[in-house]
Design a protein around this ligand. Structure first.
Ligand SMILES: [Cu+2]
Length: 153
């Protein structure tokens, strides 16, 4: 019976063209967040979050900020020449997407209220220039697992 159930699950997943993902996901209107992960940070003070934001609408939308109960603040950062820099609001193009991942943009959780470890879940509320907001529950995974949740491009 268990084997039959797992075969049925596999068939259902194949039918949706979707692989089981541990990354957090949520949507509001034309915007969706997928593949949201936090690599377990080596630091007790800060952590980075990776995710993909898709915009199904006809207008560009800017990611203007984010909040979490798990940290004092969340900043948009970009890696430039190996150094993290604060970034201006990030445009999610109409009918397009942006990926926040290693070597590029990421959300930086600064002033962690408590250390984050594998197995924890953090709620991130993303804020957009359109007034839209999306809250997504983001799992903390080890670095390799977190990065493997992200699409390759
Ligand atoms: Cu950073």
């Amino acid at each position: 019976m268990i084997r039959q159930a797992s075969l049925m699950l596999a068939a259902a997943l194949a039918a949706t063209g979707c692989h089981p993902s541990r990354g957090g996901h949520a949507a509001a209107g034309d915007l969706s967040v997928t593949h949201a992960v936090i690599p377990a940070p080596p630091s007790t003070a800060e952590a980075s979050a990776f995710l993909v934001i898709s915009n199904g609408g006809a207008s560009d939308v800017a990611l203007t900020g984010a909040l979490t109960p798990a940290a004092d603040s969340v900043l948009l950062h970009r890696l430039v020449g190996g150094l993290m820099q604060p970034s201006a609001p990030l445009t999610v193009p109409a009918h397009g997407f942006v990926k926040l991942g290693p070597g590029g943009y990421h959300l930086m959780l600064e002033g962690l209220k408590h250390p984050l470890a594998v197995g924890d879940t953090v709620t991130l509320a993303l804020q957009f220039g359109s007034g839209a907001a999306i809250a997504v529950r983001v799992p903390v995974l080890n670095y390799t697992d977190a990065v493997s949740e992200l699409p390759l491009r």
